[in-house]
Each structure stands twice: as structure tokens, then as C-alpha cells.
Design a protein around this ligand. Structure first.
Ligand SMILES: C[S@@+](CC[C@H](N)C(=O)[O-])C[C@H]1O[C@@H](n2cnc3c(N)ncnc32)[C@H](O)[C@@H]1O
Length: 349
């Protein structure tokens, strides 16, 4: 089963915020959780205080944050949803949060300059993209030291590998299509995979439609790579489901990266059913999701204020099986190198 710690109901429009996660929670605390809250909040206070003292005593940031993140992961895994929600609030209010906010990655995620978690600039921070180099350079020395740790946790390494995998998948689709490939990226962000794929500069891509709900992301794509081939468009999951964008045509490759982590099962299935409509015979659909094996989940939900819906391979198969006729598609589910991201692929026969 997917580890969906907060009980949520996200609309398909996006603008996913942690308030949305927590605000829609149906979890109520009661007398049964009082004892658990006392026990866990006591443990948490010690963990947070130790981390704060570590920073005050100038201990190595990697040592402090690794220990803190490990403890938070354990707490998230073992506490009930109601108690974990309380622990998140306690952690966020603790003075150690001020030290952690010096990390440009944690701070960007926590302060949400675009109003929601997981924007494309946050990804640029963990892609170590030049566009965010000044953000890192302007951090305090301690902030940069924390960033050196947070940007290298397995989840971020998996995110960087995901970008490579997308570029490779695009190149393979271009090879298969004989150089006239049509691609559709759903929730494209800044489409950084376009900067590292080989088929785009080689002129092997006919059309690359890149849809995102965030006008800033669409603006960045338009400025940096938009043109006759890469066609950024403002649009949302909701718009796709409502068929608001006219006839977009057929594609050799349709993919969604960094999106399913926000979609509850029902919407995830509806979106998959809609996306496969765009896949022409012989074409492929790829979707990716952070896996339930990541260990930075507790840190992300507290000091990055970035909750995600984590999925297992079984959860990915469940979405596939509920969405398509398996006789019409060759399907596969597989993990990236460090198993922090799980991928699903469906090839139309
Ligand atoms: C984590 S980023 C992923 C960007 C890119 N696909 C990547 O993997 O680097 C998530 C992107 O999804 C977009 N997004 C989130 N919810 C969406 C929705 N409901 N419809 C369209 N785009 C959405 C956001 O605007 C953001 O650019």
C-alpha cells in the first residue's frame, strides 16, 4: 500500500500545499492518542534539542542532519497519522528550524516562493542547475554545508537520475520513431531533460508539447527552449480531464514526472486513462513516483513542509491495472538505481 501519511483530497488543478494536505485531514485526535502524543513529543523534543546544540557547537552539518532525518523517519514510520501531524507542527516551531532554514533547498521548499511545494525551481536546486547557483552562493557558510548534505540524500540523487532517465527515454523514442518523434510532457516544470537529451539538438524531434499549470514554469520554458519544436503550454490535470485544450494530437511518448506524487489513487487513474488516449500504437507512456522506500520523508514533511504520496511497485501496478486494458499494452514497473523513485511504463501494442 502507498504510504499516504496525511489523509488528503487534492483537486486535479494542483497548487498543492501542505495546508491542503493537512487542512483536508479527517484525522481527529482523541483520548487514545493523548498518551502516544506525550510519548512521541517527549522523544521529539530531545531529538530537536540535540540537533540545535549540534549547530550551536558547530558540529558537522551532515552528521547533525543525517541523525535528525533518520530519527524523523523512524517517528513518521511508527506513529499514527494523527500523532505525526502534531509532531510536524512541533518540529516546525522549534528553534532548530532557524538553523535548517539556512539551507537554500529546505528554505525554498518551506517558504514556497510560488505558493506550492515542489515547484520547478526547487527541482533546479536539487538538479544543481546553474539557474539556482546564486541562491546557493548567497546562503550562509552553514547553509551551504547543510545543502551539501541535503542535496546529496538518496531522494535527491534519484531525482537527478530521473531527469537522465527522461532524457534517455526521449532519445530512445526518437530512435524508434526514425527521427520524427512527437512527445508530450505533462507537468513539465522547466523541462530540464530537454537540455541533456541528444535528439533535440540533433533535430530528431518533430514536436515536444510541455504542459504545466504554473505560468512561471511555462515562461521559463518559453524563454529558454520554446520554439517550433518545444511548445510550452499552460494547462492542468483538471484541464486535461475536462478536455479543455482541443485536439492535441497523438504522441510517440507521453510522460509525467514529479506529478503522481501529488495525486490520490482516483485522480491518478483518471489521469492515466486520459494520458493513454494520446499514445499512438507502438508509443509509450511513462510515469514516475517517489517510492515508499525513501528515508528523508520525515525531514521533508517537517523542515521542508513538503508532503508527498509515496508509492510501492504494487501501488504502481494497481494504478496501471485499474486504468488500462492489459491486452492492449505491454507494461512494466521498475525502480531507479537507489530505489527512491519507482517508474511505470505502458507501451501500446
Ligand atoms: C516536481 S515538478 C516536476 C517538473 C518536471 N516534470 C521534472 O520532473 O523535473 C512538478 C510540476 O508539476 C506541476 N503541476 C503540479 N500539479 C499540476 C497539475 N495539476 N497540472 C499541471 N501541472 C501540475 C507544477 O507546476 C510543477 O512544475
Amino acid at each position: 500500500m502507498s504510504t499516504v501519511k496525511p489523509s488528503i483530497s487534492i483537486d486535479e488543478q494542483s497548487l498543492i500545499t501542505s495546508e491542503l494536505f493537512r487542512g483536508k485531514s479527517v484525522v481527529q485526535t482523541d483520548d487514545n492518542t493523548d498518551g502516544e502524543i506525550l510519548e512521541y513529543s517527549g522523544k521529539l523534543s530531545i531529538i530537536l534539542e540535540l540537533a540545535k546544540q549540534g549547530f550551536e557547537n558547530a558540529r558537522p552539518a551532515a552528521e547533525i542532519v543525517a541523525r535528525l532525518a533518520g530519527d524523523l523517519h523512524q517517528m513518521r514510520a511508527t506513529s499514527s497519522t494523527a500523532v505525526w501531524e502534531k509532531l510536524v507542527a512541533i518540529a516546525q516551531d522549534h528553534p532548530v528550524a532557524e538553523f535548517l532554514a539556512e539551507d537554500p533547498l529546505s528554505n525554498w521548499s518551506f517558504t514556497k516562493p510560488r505558493g506550492y511545494s515542489g515547484d520547478a525551481s526547487l527541482l533546479d536546486l536539487y538538479y544543481q542547475h546553474p539557474s539556482m547557483a546564486s541562491e546557493v552562493a548567497e546562503a550562509t557558510p552553514r547553509g551551504r554545508e547543510i545543502y551539501d548534505y541535503t542535496v546529496n540524500v538518496p531522494a535527491c540523487a534519484a531525482g537527478r537520475e530521473r531527469c537522465q532517465i527522461l532524457a534517455r527515454t526521449v532519445d530512445e523514442a526518437a530512435e524508434r520513431a526514425g527521427g520524427d518523434v512527437e512527445i508530450f510532457a505533462v507537468a513539465a516544470g522547466h523541462l530540464r531533460e530537454a537540455e541533456i537529451c541528444k535528439s533535440l539538438p540533433a533535430g530528431k524531434i518533430k514536436r515536444w508539447v510541455a504542459l504545466d499549470q504554473d505560468p512561471v514554469s511555462v515562461g521559463v520554458m518559453t524563454r529558454d527552449i520554446g520554439g517550433a519544436v518545444v511548445q510550452p503550454m499552460t494547462g492542468s490535470v483538471m484541464g486535461l480531464l475536462k478536455r479543455s485544450y482541443g485536439h492535441l494530437g497523438d504522441f510517440d511518448l507521453v510522460y509525467a514526472s514529479g506529478l503522481y506524487d501529488y495525486l490520490q489513487r482516483k485522480v491518478a487513474i483518471k489521469l492515466m486513462q486520459r494520458m493513454v488516449e494520446f499514445v499512438r500504437p507502438g508509443g509509450m507512456l511513462l510515469f514516475a513516483n517517489f517510492s515508499d522506500e525513501i528515508t528523508s520523508d520525515g525531514y521533508m514533511e517537517t523542515f521542508m513542509d513538503w508532503p508527498l504520496i509515496l508509492r510501492s511497485a504494487d501501488d504502481m501496478w494497481d494504478i496501471i491495472n485499474a486504468s488500462v486494458d492489459r491486452n492492449a499494452f505491454d507494461c512494466d514497473v521498475w525502480y531507479g538505481t537507489n530505489r527512491n523513485i519507482v517508474y511505470g511504463t505502458l507501451r501500446r501494442k
